[in-house]
Write a protein that binds this ligand. Structure first.
Ligand code: ATP
Ligand code: MG
Length: 388
């Protein structure tokens, strides 16, 4: 059977192999369902089979083998081009995207050889055409992948500068009124408070951003655990956040043994990200409830709960990916979508985990589980994620 015909007839078997492979491309693939992983691979295959069936002049073949085949247009992108674009948007890196094409090529050739084709001149010629069509599809996919990644980078920088400008404007305005008040010799505790709050916001944005950039450089997150009282750490953080959000009720309850070994600064960073979210996305008339429980000899749990909009089951896992924002996010101004990613990395670097429950009755609760005695993490907790 001709290879192009074989591809058409065995599409299901080929796609199943590729899908199983794509699922191993963590962490981006973790938040994608089966249909999304399979999506354009089926169309890429069909387009390749069709291309192989078309007559081709020697000149066209030479052009294609030198990477000068027909270019996809932005009005009518090919399946491979769309595939690249979607993979970039889903957080795949360029290695993962090319690996998918490698897997597609290997699956086709392996399954075809297993069907024991009579290998003559025509079959070798078909194999060459198949490889040329695959290379063309890969080149298109990467072209669109790069364009989408560049777009996301620009968007990210735009959002970042917007986010930094807002608290900076507060600092400038409050600074001016402080100067004026000094001249008039009037006390101005409010302006000083505002400067402090805006400064804290910039500080926490920059902390998260630095961690994200470090993760892109492959440095990973390291923690330096020391023996401490987790209840006291949470008390300090809640106290600080209460002064940042004086209009909101933030409660703290503790129970059990609070002695543990962890990185105080990192735990404070994770807790303030969770409380910041609860304040931002929770109902303003209900308290944010922080609870710390020494569960047993091996585990402690910090939970941050709020009432408000439910986080849907489909989006729950992807919220922990970098630069991912929830559906309701836009109502609350512009944010980076890094907070929960950093929380997850901090929990993982301690040997713990983070999870979320959300329902209309119970509200939303994020829980960080920490081993009572974390070892100093030797390896990167970021899993080698690359900045696009
Ligand atoms: N307590 C919560 N209730 C409802 N939705 C939440 C809650 N916490 C987080 N989310 C959703 O999860 C998304 C991701 O949160 P994350 O903290 O990672 O990013 P962000 O708050 O959008 O931006 P950043 O934290 O970087 O400023 C948010 O956009 C929001 O939609
Ligand atoms: Mg956040």
């Amino acid at each position: 059977m001709a290879l192009s015909e074989f591809i058409t007839q065995h599409q299901e078997a080929i796609l199943s192999e590729c899908e199983a492979f794509a699922q191993t491309l963590l962490p981006a693939a973790a938040s994608m369902d089966k249909a999304a992983l399979r999506d354009h691979a089926a169309q890429v295959l069909a387009a390749i089979a069709l291309d192989m069936k078309q007559p081709q002049t020697g000149r066209a073949q030479r052009a294609k083998s030198h990477g000068r085949g027909p270019a996809p247009s932005s009005d009518n992108p090919t399946a491979a081009a769309l595939h690249g674009e979607l993979r970039a948007a889903a957080g795949f890196d360029v290695n993962q995207t090319t690996a998918e094409f490698r897997s597609l090529r290997a699956s086709v050739i392996r399954l075809w050889f297993e069907s024991k084709p009579q290998l003559g001149r025509d079959e070798v010629f078909e194999l060459v055409r198949f490889n040329e069509a695959m290379d063309q599809a890969l080149a298109e996919s990467i072209l669109y992948f790069a364009a989408e990644a560049a777009h996301m980078r620009t968007l990210f920088l735009g959002v970042l500068s917007h986010e930094l400008r807002t608290p900076l404007a507060t600092i400038m305005a409050s600074g001016q009124s402080l100067v004026l008040a000094q001249r008039l010799q009037r006390p101005v505790p409010e302006a000083a408070d505002r400067v402090l709050r805006a400064g804290k916001r910039i500080e926490s944005l920059l902390d998260d951003l630095l961690d994200f950039v470090r993760s892109g450089l492959g440095e990973g997150m390291r923690v330096a655990p020391v023996p401490l009282d987790l209840g006291k750490v949470c008390e300090r953080v809640v106290g600080e956040l209460q002064s940042v959000y004086p209009e909101r009720a933030i409660t703290l309850a503790r129970s059990g043994d609070m002695a543990c070994t962890c990185d105080e600064q990192r735990i404070a960073q994770a807790l303030s990200n969770l409380v910041g979210n609860a304040v931002k996305y929770g109902r303003p008339d209900k308290p944010v409830e922080v609870t710390v429980v020494g569960v047993d000899e091996v585990e402690l749990v910090i939970s941050v709960a709020n009432k408000g909009a439910v986080i849907s089951a489909e989006t729950r896992d992807s919220l922990f990916e970098p630069l991912v924002r929830g559906a309701g996010g836009d109502h609350f101004g512009v944010n980076l979508g890094l907070g929960l990613y950093i929380v997850k990395e901090i929990a993982t670097a301690h040997g713990g985990s983070v999870a979320v429950d959300s329902s209309a009755e119970g509200g939303t609760a994020f829980r960080i589980r920490l081993p009572r005695h974390a070892n100093e993490a030797e390896v990167s907790a970021f899993g080698g994620l690359k900045l696009n």
